[in-house]
Design a protein around this ligand. Structure first.
Ligand SMILES: [Zn+2]
Length: 111
């Protein structure tokens, strides 16, 4: 499993995952790297019925997970019956295919 790295803006403290060239909030360019622990809990989730092109699924569950160190990240849930507060472990998988290329992203499974 790849290590997950999140980026914390040195100016305003916004934690971003994945990396952006500039902070989404204050446009600063300096970040501190944070490694979220691999386990977290589900804060909220949503089922997306209308998916962008390149995602070959009928409906997809997106969840916001809070890692043990407080970093929050959005990822794809591979869980049959998601419940708020449930424990999840993070992974890194292909989540989308664009122009024949696999795009990897954060995924979560029941811990
Ligand atoms: Zn910032």
């Amino acid at each position: 499993m790849n290590t997950i790295t999140a980026y914390k803006c040195k100016q305003c403290g916004l934690v971003m995952y994945p990396h952006h060239f500039r902070c989404l909030k204050c446009h600063a360019r300096e970040f501190e790297e944070i490694t979220p622990s691999e386990k977290g809990k589900l804060l909220t989730y949503t089922i997306v019925e209308q998916l962008p092109w390149g995602i070959d699924e009928r409906g997809r569950v997106l969840g916001v997970v809070e890692f043990d160190n407080g970093v929050k990240a959005l990822g794809v849930l591979h869980v049959e019956n998601p419940k708020m507060g449930m424990k999840l472990k993070a992974g890194w998988d292909c989540v989308r295919v664009i122009g024949g290329e696999e795009v990897y992203g954060l995924t979560f499974q029941a811990a």
